[in-house]
Design a protein around this ligand. Structure first.
Ligand SMILES: [Zn+2]
Length: 212
């Protein structure tokens, strides 16, 4: 029997029912994942907490995870964010509800889309009406150690300090490429690829290394 760490063991035994969302690849034309969740290397001493998709600047971005309650938590397109680590970014909040230990539970799943260009597409607190809503355009904003990034889209998915038994269950059923979840600064990060089909994307050979 596969050995599970306690959080995943609990998820496996106490999550019932399903929750409502649609998932899709967030860009239409660029299929290549250049940095995987959990990658390590030159960029950081911490494992990468999301995926990087190779995109030409100006590629439109749609939600990876969506339901009819998905709303914009923040939408930072202005120049103040050019020199921050994450650059210009949009954050979406999606409540997912299910039964855990016999009680209804709702987790707010945060998705962040980083390094965008300056075109405003959505506003903070607005509801995302459809899964095809354009959230922003990819770019290369943001800096790490004073250095700019190559043009790419970073997507990460996380929940707050209590994590999410539902996403833990998904993570324990998912054959991760490196790492399915990671706890960092009071949040649990989950591999966005666990929401997608294998044929939605391709993985670059060196995507295990964090060098993009
Ligand atoms: Zn990244």
């Amino acid at each position: 029997m596969k050995k599970l760490w306690p959080r995943k063991w609990k998820a496996n035994n106490f999550v019932q029912g399903t929750t409502d969302y649609e998932a899709g690849y967030p860009v239409s034309n660029d299929k290549e994942i250049v940095t995987l969740m959990g990658a390590t290397g030159d960029r950081s001493i911490y494992p990468h907490r999301g995926i990087d998709i190779s995109t030409v600047s100006g590629t439109s971005i749609t939600p990876l995870l969506w339901n009819d309650q998905t709303k914009v938590g923040f939408a930072n397109y202005n120049n103040d964010f050019l020199t921050t680590e994450q650059g210009r970014m949009v954050g979406l909040e999606t409540p997912i509800s299910y039964m855990f230990k016999g009680e209804m539970r709702t987790d707010i799943v945060l998705q962040r889309y980083l390094h965008l260009d300056g075109q405003r597409k959505v506003r903070t607190d607005s509801l995302i009406g459809t899964p095809n809503t354009i959230l922003g355009m990819s770019g290369n904003s943001g800096q790490w150690n004073g250095e700019g990034y190559k043009s790419h889209l970073h997507v990460d998915i996380s929940t707050g300090i209590t994590g999410s038994p539902y996403l833990d269950l998904m993570a324990s059923n998912y054959q991760t490429k490196i790492m399915s979840s990671y706890y960092y600064r009071d949040r649990y990060y989950y591999d966005p690829l666990m929401f997608l089909n294998d044929d939605d994307y391709e993985i670059r050979d060196n995507a295990w290394g964090y060098n993009y």
